[in-house]
Design a protein around this ligand. Structure first.
Ligand SMILES: Nc1ncnc2c1ncn2[C@@H]1O[C@H](COP(=O)(O)OP(=O)(O)OP(=O)(O)O)[C@@H](O)[C@H]1O
Ligand SMILES: [Mg+2]
Length: 452
């Protein structure tokens, strides 16, 4: 196997791809190109690039939206792969949006050869020897004994290939811990593939997990790569495993036991080699007792059990978390540094967080974004935001059942928040308590116009 870095260029303009490939190959890099964002998954698995150069605009669209969606897809497959964005329609806003979402550099077309080579070289210099490994343990914030103990155990089991089950209430950091285990394992240079089992219906389970061949069933218009293939040699993270129906549980158990599976429409068994980490906020023992979770599957995924404490069990970590999320929010949104006064930190420490760390993070973000003119946040600023949710919902005059559909209500609320936040996607998402990518998806779905 070659040790030369591999670079994938994604651009609908074949001449651009050819030009960049020639330039990079002269420097000893191995290159591959792709002209449509639809083939990203397969190319990433087969070519396994170390860096991606991604054009933001595809023929039909000059808004950059397609580029951002492609970036999301890339990061879904490999969260930490460096991506350089390119566009002929460079706007500062688009560049900022791309960088905020994790791109490492941004180049305007027509590109300057020296600039491009410099950017590529810097990425490999900085990231040597392994461009993927982030310091994930540094991102799990908390010094409480109860958390430190879990982190110690997690690092210990990371070195093995044992299956790990992570339990804990919603928002306690199960996914973060799963990533930490992956990045401390020998598989760290390979993919970490997350699958939300709660979101996969029984009828689509095999096609999602094992993939299918074109024509395998009505509607299979092209080949599809399954999650086990995406995760090969890496880690598969089976999130919300307690939400999996019984029929799919049997299928999952079989592949975990036999380490082989069949792609729909093909009879050749495929081998799988991946580390399995699962998570759930449900009580699987109770589910086994009730007959809704298979005991044999439980033992298969639960060689090691890690339980994350709720935030109320480690309140001493709250000030640290507030500081961490404050700095993160300011950097993310390009705001000048702000801080919470001592009194406002004490105020936040006394509150209950049923949504755990996710809720605390959300409260901190909203405090900052909705008080963006202040540099020190006082208890009254914090109190207002913190109490907003329950008060509003208590006072809400909801329409009668049958008058309006849930979808219509969602559209109304998004439009209202969007106007209130002067069409800022970041602020609207924070105000609605959802992520920006989730807001983008909803804006697209409901055809609500927006700009980056
Ligand atoms: N110890 C921590 N330090 C910093 N950030 C954290 C920590 N724990 C969780 N977070 C952040 O809180 C949010 C929720 O964490 P995560 O998604 O891992 O929780 P979860 O347990 O998987 O929740 P759910 O059950 O709802 O899926 C994420 O944004 C994550 O980055
Ligand atoms: Mg989760």
């Amino acid at each position: 196997m070659s040790n030369k870095p591999k670079i994938l260029i994604i651009d609908d303009d074949k001449a651009v791809c050819a030009g960049i490939r020639l330039l990079l190959e002269k420097q000893g890099y191995i290159t591959e190109s792709l002209h449509l964002p639809s083939g990203i998954e397969d190319t990433m698995i087969n070519f396994r690039p170390d860096l991606i150069i991604l054009d933001m605009n595809f023929t039909v669209d000059t808004s950059g939206k397609q580029g951002l969606l492609a970036l999301e897809k890339i990061q879904h497959i490999h969260k930490n792969i460096p991506v350089i964005l390119m566009t002929g329609w460079a706007t500062v806003q688009l560049a900022v949006e791309g960088m905020k979402r994790g791109a490492v550099d941004f180049l305007a077309k027509p590109w300057d050869n020296h600039h491009l080579l410099d950017s590529v070289k810097t990425i490999f210099d900085i990231r040597k020897p392994n461009p993927y490994t982030p310091q994930h343990d540094a991102l799990i914030i908390g010094e409480s004994e109860i958390l430190s103990d879990i982190i110690r155990q997690a690092k210990h089991v990371a070195a093995t290939d044992a299956s790990v089950l992570i339990t804990g209430e919603s928002g306690t950091g199960k996914e973060l811990l799963a990533e930490m285990i992956h990045y401390h394992s020998r598989r760290k240079d390979q993919s970490f593939v997350k699958v939300n089992l709660g979101g996969i219906s029984a009828s689509l389970f095999e096609s999602e997990m094992f993939g299918h061949k074109k024509g395998a069933f009505t509607g299979a218009v092209s080949d599809r790569t399954g999650r086990f293939a995406l995760a090969d040699k890496g880690t598969i993270f089976l999130d919300e495993i307690g939400d999996l129906d019984l029929t799919s549980q049997v299928k999952l158990l079989r592949v975990l036991q036999e380490k082989t599976y069949e792609v729909l429409g093909s009879s050749t068994p495929k081998k799988t080699d991946c580390r399995v980490i699962s998570a759930t906020n449900r009580n699987l023992m109770e589910m086994i007792y009730q007959g809704s979770f298979r005991e044999d599957l439980f033992y298969r995924v639960n060689l090691i059990h890690l339980h994350l404490p709720s935030l109320s069990e480690r309140k001493e970590d709250i000030p640290l978390l507030i500081r961490f999320f404050t700095d993160k929010t300011c950097v993310l949104y390009g705001l000048p540094p702000v801080s919470f006064s001592e009194d406002s930190v004490s105020f936040l420490c006394q509150k209950e967080y049923p949504g755990n760390i996710r809720q605390l993070k959300n409260v901190v973000e909203r405090c900052i974004l909705l008080n963006s003119t202040k540099d020190i946040l006082q208890p009254k600023d914090v109190e207002k935001i913190f109490n907003a949710n329950p008060k509003v919902t208590e006072k809400l005059n909801l329409p009668e059942v049958g008058q309006v559909t849930l979808e219509e209500l969602e559209i109304l609320m998004i439009k209202k928040a969007f106007d209130f936040c002067q069409k800022s996607v970041a602020k609207t998402a924070a105000a609605l308590g959802i992520t920006r990518s989730s807001l983008y998806r909803r804006l697209e779905k409901h055809n609500i116009p927006y700009e980056f």
